[in-house]
Structures are given as C-alpha cells and as structure tokens.
Write a protein that binds this ligand. Structure first.
Ligand SMILES: [Zn+2]
Length: 280
C-alpha cells in the first residue's frame, strides 16, 4: 500500500460511517447570508447528504423554498408559521401559506405548534394558528413539523382533536419520559438536537434515547441555534451548522449503546420515509 492510499484509507476511516440527514436547519436565517454555499459544502463533506430547511414565517418559508429549488435533491423546505409569529396568520395569509405548502419542494407543514415559554404571541392566537396548520397538513396530505415548549397539555390536546395518529415530528424534543411516551403513542417521530450534548441540561435526554424506536428517531441541528456544547474546538461565532450534525449523532448513538453507523442508517431511513425524500 502506497503512502497515498494509506492517507486515503485513514481519511475514509475519519469520515462518517453513513449518510446523515439534518431534518431541521434554519438555513434561510440571515446568519448564513455571507457563506450559505460554503455551509452546504461543509455539510456534505461531513456526511450530511440532505437537509430540510425550516420555514418559520411566510417570508422564511419562501426563502426555504427558493433554497430548495437552487439545490434540488439536497435541500428541502418546510412551510409554516412558528407560534412566536402566530398573530401573522390571518385569513389571507393562510391562503398564501397553503400555496407555499403545496409546492413540491415543501416536505412538511411547520414549524407550527405552541410556545408558552417565551409567549411572543398570545395563547389564543397560537392555538388558532396551530389548528389552522394541522387542518392544512391534513388537506394537502403532508406531515407536520412540530414545535412545543412549556405547553405539553394544550399541545397534545389539540393534536388529539385533529387525528388519532399523527404523521409528523416533534422537533427539538427536550421533554420528560412521560412526554416522550405521549408523543410516541400519538404516532410522532422524535427530533433530537445538540441539546443532548449539553452536560448541564441534556443528561435526562440521554437516558430516554433507548426508548425511541429506530424508525421514529430523527436528527437535527436546529442551526444557527443550539451549537453542541461539547464541540471542540468551539467555533468563535457560536453559530451552529449542519456540518456539526455528526456530533449530535455520536451523542445519540452513545446514549443508545449502538454503533454510529446503525443510528445513521436508521435515522436517515426514518427521515426519508417521513418526508418522502429521494435517495441523494
Ligand atoms: Zn422550534
């Protein structure tokens, strides 16, 4: 074996064992304006072969769709209104959202849900926008990309009003064992972020990882937010990006006591099944 092929072999050993999919990246966010293409290249170099770009307002959903059009088969979009922006979703705006959500690049409705932690929109407005988006998802037969914080009771009550079994993902799950069981019973997939890499607040989450069936476990960065705390060296910008998804995958695989390759295969298959993604 020549020196050259030895170097290639060690590079291959350092590369991720299998393709990963980032199911929640806010790539339309302005923090990526200066170097978005480089971010996508770095993601692919790190083994992140496909990404679902989160829409959280009408404007960011439009930007997410535009990005997906520029990068077919690699980027996909969600279209929805985050509970922070629930007051934006008036009647006319709902028609606009439906047009966006029907675009072929859009693989889910959301992010939608309830956020009683920051309460940036009043609760009745949040609930109304959530109902409207669940009805929209049903109408266009696409899954939902769900956000919930400090609102578990109302959130699950509304989901139960709309369907017996849900086709969607509870993104950025950080809840308790009881909340996890409830989501699994509702039929939801579970999105895990770099929250699990946080030694101060992610420990309880690691303990829950073995309870999630492999076909329901999805991985996401939620970048530019939630930079994994155990990343070394930590980027000076503190910005999270899809290239750091393997750090999340390693923490989840460790918590499940399974090889990284096993988790990568199952979570990638689960993401493709939920969002109907083509093989990259
Ligand atoms: Zn969210």
């Amino acid at each position: 074996m020549s020196d050259h092929s030895t170097a290639l072999a060690s590079l291959a050993a350092a590369a991720p064992a299998a393709a990963l999919i980032d199911i929640g990246i806010n790539l339309a966010h302005e923090s990526f304006d200066a170097d978005r293409d480089a971010v996508i290249v770095r993601a692919r170099d790190a083994g992140v072969v496909q990404m679902v770009v989160t829409g959280s307002t009408l404007a960011s959903s439009m930007r997410a769709i535009a990005l997906a059009r520029e990068h077919p088969r690699t980027l996909f979009a969600t279209a929805g209104v985050h509970p922070h922006h629930a007051t934006e979703l008036t009647g006319a705006r709902l028609t606009e959202l439906e047009e966006l959500a029907r675009q072929p690049e859009v693989v889910a409705v959301g992010e939608c849900g309830l956020d009683y932690f920051r309460n940036l929109s009043p609760h009745p407005a949040q609930q109304q926008a959530f109902h409207a988006q669940l009805e929209l998802a049903r109408r266009i037969a696409k899954p939902v990309f769900l956000h919930q914080r400090d609102a578990h009771g109302d959130f699950t009550a509304i989901l139960r009003e709309h369907a017996a079994v849900w086709h969607g993902v509870a993104h950025c799950f950080t809840g308790s064992a009881a909340e996890l069981q409830c989501y699994l019973e509702l039929g939801l997939a579970i999105g895990i972020t770099g929250w699990i890499c946080d030694e101060r607040r992610g420990t309880h989450l690691a303990a829950l990882m073995p309870q999630i069936p492999p076909a329901r476990l999805l991985l996401e960065t939620d970048g530019p937010y939630l930079l994994p705390r155990d990343l070394k060296p930590r980027p000076a910008s503190r910005r999270n990006e899809p290239a750091y998804l393997p750090q999340v995958a390693r923490a989840v695989a460790r918590a499940r006591a399974e090889p990284l390759e096993t988790l990568a295969r199952s979570s990638t298959a689960a993401a493709r099944a939920l969002f109907q993604l083509p093989v990259a």
